[in-house]
Design a protein around this ligand. Structure first.
Ligand code: F3S
Length: 649
């Protein structure tokens, strides 16, 4: 039987296990990336592990999420990251140089290589044939030290693309259509592998929009084969020598197949406040819009902004609407400026921001209360824009620009005076990016040696070995689809404590219950209870580390998002799955006791655990864990486990 493209790349990198769906495999990682919200912990953990030099082919540290320097804390973090990159041997991209996925794509992403990143949208370069996976920072630190990355062998699903996109339908509509069909849980445990005759009609930037937002489906990764379009794009970023031809075998067998006829797509939009609330734009046409934002790692590339520029040239942004462009990379900004597009957009009333994640996580450009913001981003979780009860819609740059011109949501097919921008391969897109980027400092150009830690940068807390007895109250009961933004919000006032865990922990789950942190500290142990898909969203390991710091011992949930589940193991919190009926019956405040010698049961491979509630009734909870995950959990988390292994020789 032939292999899928995913299997071929995994096979090439396999160091442990077999490529059987659901089995744990260990793979070698070629490249890693990290960014500024997760990076400080990555390097502190790299240091705590006693590692002294990056062992992967390449490691890159980006400063993108929080680039504004409100006070010393963030600037200290960036200085620490620069010193860590220089000390340990990673590339360092300065704040303002762009979003990790955009800059990595332009400079380093390579077909056939594996990439591990401490950011959930790491799968972005799957659009050029790289197998890229998001993970917690500790997994990145270990991989960077030369360790394997472990993952359950995902199902490989074939997304077969047929036909070609009609006018005004875009790559964003392809992934919104998949979200409409499959929901935010539809990709969990899967790699989405794109094939079919429709692939060749899509450019690399269009493909990376699709692979970027596979994360919103919960997918482990998404990948396209390589072809002439890949070769052409690599040559435009001066890296044609990195082209490798990659495709699945003709007789490859997939676990499932989904067909999307591109020619049947129309402009789509995700309504507030989940990326899968997708409807045709025409159904919400006429909704007033106060803010339009173009940018993010999904649609912040030069090739995403160019259509917007072509549309607004000679037009004006409606008087009651603000339109802001936040380019994904500084090089994209530079190209737009060089070619005169920045001036055209400014003349039309468009405002420009520096190249940053910023607004995507509520740092800057927070919408007005009770207003609608249309964004080309990938997430519209409630409150993520920086204000509770926000109304954020997700759409393509074309739909966003049409709304900016009209002051309301409009199906761009109904525009009278604006022509479809239609990008051709002949456009000079991508040309020259990634070459001689002055804002990237190579390891051998490092400014200084030795770690520089400001007063806000603390140590990584460690947890003791798992106890034999685990009991405590249900500290908080939550619903389905709780995101890492709920657990540890990434807004500026909170994010500035990302390297100061005691302080950051005070904000744990504060958006769900503002008394939670104090209650958890006071109770000396306890559990979180949640519905489906607990921990979806970012790779932020603070969402496991802070509850651990507060004394939380485990999470009882109907299901877990992949990266967060791995982070719970990494920080020694037991993730137990319960069924819907038991979830319904547990009340916040109930006494929870796991009726076993928990440490022994975890180590010995026990899968079912009896949980006694209020000394009154019992339920059965499941621990789905590999042997490796069990030992990590029992040792009190991956940091303690890895140190212990090193000490044991
Ligand atoms: Fe940044 Fe938002 Fe992407 S925070 S990495 S632009 S999802």
């Amino acid at each position: 039987m032939g292999q899928t493209l995913t299997e071929k790349i995994l096979d090439d990198h396999l160091v442990e296990g077999e490529l059987e769906t659901g089995e744990e495999i260990g793979i070698e990682i070629d490249q890693v990336l990290t960014q500024d919200t997760t990076g400080t912990l990555v390097w502190l953990q790299f240091e705590a592990l006693g590692l002294d030099e990056v062992q992967t082919e390449l490691a890159a540290q980006y400063c993108d999420h929080q680039t504004y320097q409100f006070d010393f804390k963030n600037t200290d973090d960036h200085r620490f990251l620069r010193s860590a990159a220089g000390t340990f041997g990673a590339y360092y991209s300065r704040p303002g140089n762009g979003i990790c996925h955009n800059v990595h794509k332009e400079n380093f992403a390579a077909p056939g290589k594996t990439l591990l990143g401490s950011d959930s949208h790491t799968p972005t370069p799957g659009g050029l044939g790289q197998l890229a996976i998001g993970s917690g920072g500790l997994d990145v630190a270990v991989a960077m030290g030369g360790g394997a990355y472990y993952i359950e062998m995902p199902e490989v699903v074939n997304v077969r693309l047929e036909g070609e996109l009609p006018e005004w339908a875009t790559a964003k509509d392809v992934i919104l259509e998949l979200l409409r069909r499959l929901s935010v849980k539809g990709g969990v445990g899967k790699v989405l592998e794109y094939t079919g005759p429709g692939v060749e009609s899509l450019t690399v930037p269009e493909r990376t929009t699709i692979t970027n937002m596979g994360t919103e489906l919960g997918a482990t990764s998404s990948i396209f084969p390589t072809d002439e379009k890949t070769k052409d794009w690599l040559s435009r970023v001066s890296r044609e020598d990195e082209y490798v031809e990659l495709s699945p075998d003709e007789d490859a067998e997939y676990d499932d197949q989904i067909t999307v006829d591109l020619s049947e797509l129309e402009p789509l939009i995700a309504e507030p406040s989940m990326p899968d609330n997708v409807v045709p734009v025409r159904e919400v046409a006429g909704t007033d819009v106060e803010q339009v934002m173009i940018g993010s790692c999904t649609n912040g590339a030069y090739e995403d902004i160019l259509p917007a520029a072509k549309m607004v040239k000679g037009q004006t942004v409606d008087k009651k609407t603000e339109m802001i462009v936040a380019p994904g990379s500084k090089q994209a900004s530079e190209m737009l400026a060089r070619e005169g597009w920045t001036a055209e957009m400014m003349a039309a009333g468009v405002n420009f921001s520096e190249a940053t994640c910023g607004a995507c996580i509520g740092i800057g450009h927070v919408p007005a209360s009770d207003s609608v913001s249309l964004r080309t981003f990938n997430r519209n979780f409630e409150g993520r824009s920086g204000i509770e009860d926000d109304n954020v819609y997700l759409c393509s740059p074309e739909v966003a620009t049409a709304a900016a011109i009209e002051g309301e949501i409009v199906d761009p097919r109904d525009l009278d005076d604006v022509e479809a921008p239609g990008l051709e391969m002949g456009d000079k897109y991508g040309e020259g990016m990634g070459k001689d980027d002055p804002d990237i400092i190579a390891p051998d150009e490092a400014v200084d040696d030795g770690l520089v830690k400001g007063p806000n940068i603390g140590d990584v807390p460690l947890k003791d070995e798992l106890d034999a007895e685990l009991e405590g109250p249900a500290l908080l009961k939550m619903e389905d689809n709780i995101t890492t933004d709920h657990i540890i919000p990434a807004t500026q006032d909170i994010l500035m404590y990302r390297s100061n865990i005691p302080k950051l922990s005070e904000f744990t789950l504060s958006r769900v219950d503002e008394d939670f942190a104090q209650r958890a500290l006071d109770s000396d142990g306890g559990f979180l209870v949640a519905g489906e898909n607990y921990g979806q969203g970012s790779s932020r390991e603070h969402a496991a580390l802070c509850p651990m710091y507060l004394g939380v011992e485990g999470v009882l949930a109907q299901s877990f998002a992949r990266i967060h589940r791995a982070n719970l193991f990494n920080f020694g919190l037991i993730p137990l799955e319960i069924d819907e009926e038991d979830y319904e019956n547990i009340e916040q405040g109930d006494d929870i006791e796991i009726v076993d010698d928990v440490a022994e049961a975890v180590r010995s491979g026990q899968e079912e655990f009896t949980v006694r509630v209020n000394d009154d009734w019992e339920l059965t909870a499941e621990l789905n864990a590999s042997e490796r995950e069990r030992q990590i959990l029992a040792d009190g988390g991956k940091l303690s486990h890895t140190k212990k292994k090193a000490e044991d020789g």
